[in-house]
Structures are given as structure tokens and as C-alpha cells.
Design a protein around this ligand. Structure first.
Ligand SMILES: Cc1cc2nc3c(=O)[nH]c(=O)nc-3n(C[C@H](O)[C@H](O)[C@H](O)COP(=O)(O)OP(=O)(O)OC[C@H]3O[C@@H](n4cnc5c(N)ncnc54)[C@H](O)[C@@H]3O)c2cc1C
Length: 470
């Protein structure tokens, strides 16, 4: 009998598997797709030699993750590459606000009136970042906070809506950049704890940057898998789990799946009925005949580029997708250009380019034209550089990965109390009605992103249970 079976080889499933194997448990992973990775994979989606990340591409949460930092992933081939600028947010006048590794450079890009407020916002947290990130990524209390005072201060600033946090800024540049940061998790700007979302992305940039993984995000998953195998774990691909009976006998089962799928597989009936999914995304992967012709100089050297004229336009795009059930006319977009720092992604002189905008859950339309009209405002001539595109709306995203219900890449709305307490209102989110069944996907805290911390926290719950039994 195995100690642990993990269902799903996404970053959280693989991290849970590694952490349990490290503690001497026998572990087997079962993955529906023919390759490991879930939301951290890389494929030739367009033309030969163009290596695209269909899901995650930029890794502020990965490089700052306490779980990943404790694992020897570099030894297994993971190399973080740092663009000159982590992120740029260009404006139509040809200038840009930026998130730089340097607080001073970032503050200066917001203009003279907002440089001071920005420094006062981030500087108190930076010296304590490593403890803070561990503490808030372990909420709801899977371990006692190491620095409760800083965590409480962070809560005071971060728990209110981001719209309140950005009132400390006078000008639109900082407000716009922050609105874009919150939109990364598709949260409404007026939602609970959205201040914390913006603040985390900003602090992550100053602490360790927003890198891409050399060769693509697949190398994160491959490193986790290679380490797991060295620890004696096994991985079975092309194995979609439909019922608990599909799995070999084990002392614990850990699901890197949506709560809905887990309820179906394990026969939990309506246990997760209250769980809500959020809007979807429309993703386009481009093969380009050269770099994106951004007007703003800073955008040409940034790994990630946010696209949205101002905070009002970003707010309207989010509302259209999440509340009004329609695709935005001017989508807010997140784009990543790994080629600024990783020459392995495309043939010489060419580039891959990654972009998505938000759309309603399950939306079946085509956002490509609206996205490209947006891009042309900030990078005129963009369309002339396009050699090929691979598009994926909500139905395609959900077909690729069952966790992205209705195209929701956060595997559950990041709004209301669900931003903190998911998949249920409980202080024990990783356990389920069955004592041997656990959940570790991004539907559990700390939520979406490639950081493995949900897997790490769930692994703790599993080994506590297994230890009690032995
Ligand atoms: C378009 C897009 C862009 C993104 N951009 C970023 C980004 O830049 N940075 C970032 O940090 N995050 C990003 N994310 C989010 C990130 O990819 C996810 O939050 C993360 O992958 C969640 O990890 P996970 O392990 O919980 O689940 P997943 O990565 O979704 O993995 C779940 C795995 O379980 C498998 N599975 C599901 N059901 C079953 C079953 N019944 N049987 C067997 N296997 C099953 C799936 O096939 C999948 O491999 C993005 C996601 C998408 C889709």
C-alpha cells in the first residue's frame, strides 16, 4: 500500500508530492494529460522553434515562494532569468510607469507627487519580506506567524480594497499600475483584501523580481518531477481520475483539482456547493518576426507589460467580464515577452509573445481583434510583426485543464471572503469530509499562481494525519 497518491501534476500537486516524499513517504502522482505541469508548461503552439507558455509565464510568486526556495530546483535545471525591468505599464503619451527592482526607480516613474507616498507604502515591509511572505502564504494559520506584528500591519494596509489603498496616490500613473496588479487575479478593485494583492506583486518585484524560467515554465514542473523521482516518487501521465476506485490503495489521497471535480470523484455531494468560479480569460500566443514595437522605451526591456489606458478603463474591463457578462471593448491585458531575456524561446531574431484579456465565464467569442486594437495603441505596427497566433478562449482552456472551470485560470473567484478562505469557510481548507482525502490546488489558500504553497500547506496537513496514525 502506498502512503500517498496525488491526483494532478500541477505546481501544487508536484510540490505536495515532493514534500511528502522528502519526509520518507512513498508517493505516486496521477496526471490526466500526457505531460506534467498543469499551469506551468511549455509547448510549440505556433511554428517550429517557437516555445510558448500556454499558461503561466512570469514568476514573481515562484521566485519568492518559501516552498520553492526550500527545494533544490536549480540542481534539477530551473534557472530564473531576470529581465532588465520586472514590469512596465505604458501610457498613450509614450511614457510608462514601471515596477523595477529599485524602489527609487519605481517611485520616480510615478511622478514627483507620488514618489513619497509609494516609498512610504512599500519600504516598511521590504526588510521583513521573507518572514511576511511565509506568514501570509500560510494563512489561514497552518503554522503560527513568525512576525505577527508585521503581518497585522500588512493586514491593516492590505485588507481594505485596492481602490482605498490607491487613494494615497495623487496621479493616475501609480493608480493605473496598481489597478493592473490587482487585475492579475481578476479581482474587482473594490473587493476585500485587493490592496494586499497589489502590494504583494509590488513587494515581490523589489525583493526578487518577476523572472521567467529559462526554456519556459515547463522547466519548473520538470525540475519538481525530476526531484520527486530522485526521492523515489513515481509519476503516471495520461491517467484521468474519474472515481476514487481508479486509484491504487493508499493511506492518503491529495487532489490538485477543482473542488467541483473532487466532489464528483470522491462522492462528496454538495460539500463544495457554495464555491464560486470567476470570469474566464482569452489567451493568445504569438510568434513574432521581431520584438514588439512598443513606443515606451521601458516596455521594450520589461518581462511583463500591462496594457490599460488608466484605472477607469481597467476597472471597466474587469466589470464587463465579471459582472456584466460581456467581453470588454478595450480589454485590460497582461502580456509577457520572455525573449527580452531568454534566447531559447524562438529562432534567432524572432520572438514569442504571450497575452491575455478577461472575458465572462465560458465565453465563446473571439477577443483577438479587440486585443490587437489595444496593442496597436501602445505598439503601433504590432500586427505587421505577427507570423502566427494560437488562440484559446474559456472552452479551450477548460478542455486543456479541468481545473480552469469556464476558463477561470484562478480555479475559483478571487473575490469576497473567497479571496482568503477557499474552498470553504474553514480554518482547515486542505482537509475534506473523508479523513484520507485532501485538496491542494489553487482553490485553496494562498490561491492562484505558480508558487506551490497550497501544495506545501496541504502536505503539512497530510503528514500530521499520517503521523497520528503511525
Ligand atoms: C493563461 C494562464 C496564464 C497564467 N499566468 C500566470 C503567471 O504568469 N504566473 C503565475 O504565477 N501563474 C499564472 N497562471 C496561474 C497558474 O498557472 C495556476 O494558478 C497554477 O498552475 C495552479 O497550480 P495547481 O497545481 O493548483 O493547478 P494546475 O496547474 O491547474 O494543475 C492541475 C493539474 O491537475 C490535472 N488534473 C485535473 N483534474 C484531474 C483528474 N481528474 N485526473 C488527473 N489529473 C487531473 C490537470 O491536468 C493539471 O495538470 C496562469 C494560468 C493560465 C491558464
Amino acid at each position: 500500500m502506498l502512503d500517498v497518491v496525488v491526483v494532478g501534476a500541477g505546481p501544487n500537486g508536484l510540490t505536495a508530492a515532493v514534500e511528502l516524499a522528502r519526509r520518507g513517504f512513498s508517493v505516486a502522482v496521477f496526471e490526466a494529460r500526457d505531460t506534467v505541469g498543469g499551469g506551468a508548461r511549455t509547448e510549440e503552439l505556433t511554428l517550429p522553434g517557437f516555445r510558448h507558455d500556454p499558461c503561466s509565464a512570469a514568476h514573481p510568486l515562484g521566485i519568492n515562494s518559501p516552498a520553492f526556495r526550500a527545494l533544490p530546483l536549480e540542481r534539477y535545471g530551473l534557472e530564473w532569468l531576470q529581465p532588465e525591468l520586472p514590469m512596465a505599464h505604458p501610457f498613450t503619451d509614450g511614457t510608462a510607469a514601471v515596477l523595477s527592482r529599485s524602489v527609487a526607480e519605481t517611485a520616480a516613474s510615478f511622478g514627483p507627487r507620488d514618489a513619497g507616498p509609494y516609498r512610504r507604502l512599500v519600504e516598511p515591509f521590504l526588510p521583513k519580506w521573507d518572514t511576511l511572505v511565509r506568514d501570509f502564504m500560510s494563512l489561514p494559520l497552518t503554522s503560527l506567524p513568525r512576525d505577527p506584528v508585521t503581518l497585522a500591519r500588512f493586514g491593516l494596509v492590505g485588507l481594505p480594497p485596492s481602490a482605498l489603498l490607491t487613494r494615497r496616490f495623487h496621479d493616475e500613473r501609480a493608480k493605473t499600475l496598481f489597478a493592473g496588479l490587482v487585475a492579475h487575479v481578476m479581482a474587482p478593485l473594490t473587493g476585500l483584501a485587493t490592496g494586499a494583492v497589489g502590494l504583494v506583486f509590488a513587494l515581490a518585484a523589489h525583493a526578487r523580481g518577476w523572472p521567467v524560467a529559462r526554456g519556459g515554465s515547463q522547466s519548473i514542473s520538470d525540475a519538481l518531477t525530476a526531484y520527486l523521482k530522485d526521492l523515489g516518487g513515481t509519476v503516471h501521465t495520461d491517467y484521468e481520475v474519474k472515481r476514487l476506485d481508479d486509484l491504487p490503495p493508499a493511506r492518503a489521497y491529495v487532489f490538485d483539482t477543482s473542488p467541483t471535480a473532487l466532489a464528483r470523484i470522491a462522492g462528496f455531494g454538495r460539500y463544495y456547493e457554495g464555491y464560486r468560479y470567476g470570469p474566464g480569460v482569452f489567451k493568445v500566443d504569438y510568434a513574432l518576426d521581431g520584438p514588439v514595437p512598443w513606443i515606451a522605451e521601458q516596455a521594450r526591456v520589461a518581462g511583463t507589460v500591462q496594457i490599460g489606458r488608466d484605472s477607469a478603463e481597467i476597472g471597466a474591463a474587469l466589470r464587463a467580464a465579471s459582472k456584466e457578462g460581456r467581453a470588454p471593448d478595450r480589454p485590460f491585458m497582461i502580456t509577457v515577452q520572455p525573449g527580452v531575456v531568454d534566447p531559447t524561446r524562438a529562432p534567432e531574431g524572432k520572438q514569442v509573445f504571450w497575452a491575455y484579456g478577461h472575458v465572462p465565464s465560458g465565453w465563446t467569442g473571439d477577443l483577438t481583434d479587440a486585443m490587437e486594437r489595444q496593442l496597436e495603441r501602445f505598439a503601433p505596427g504590432f500586427r505587421d510583426r505577427v507570423l502566427a497566433r494560437a488562440i484559446a478562449g474559456p472552452p479551450e482552456l477548460a478542455a486543456r485543464n479541468a481545473n480552469y472551470v469556464g476558463g477561470d485560470i484562478a480555479s475559483g473567484a478571487v473575490s469576497g471572503l473567497q479571496i482568503l478562505l477557499r474552498p470553504k469557510l474553514t480554518l482547515s481548507p486542505y482537509t475534506t469530509p473523508h479523513p484520507a482525502v485532501f485538496i491542494c490546488s489553487s482553490a485553496t489558500p494562498p490561491g492562484p499562481g505558480v508558487h506551490g504553497m497550497s501544495g506545501h500547506n496541504a502536505a503539512k496537513a497530510v503528514w500530521r494525519r499520517l503521523r497520528q496514525q503511525s
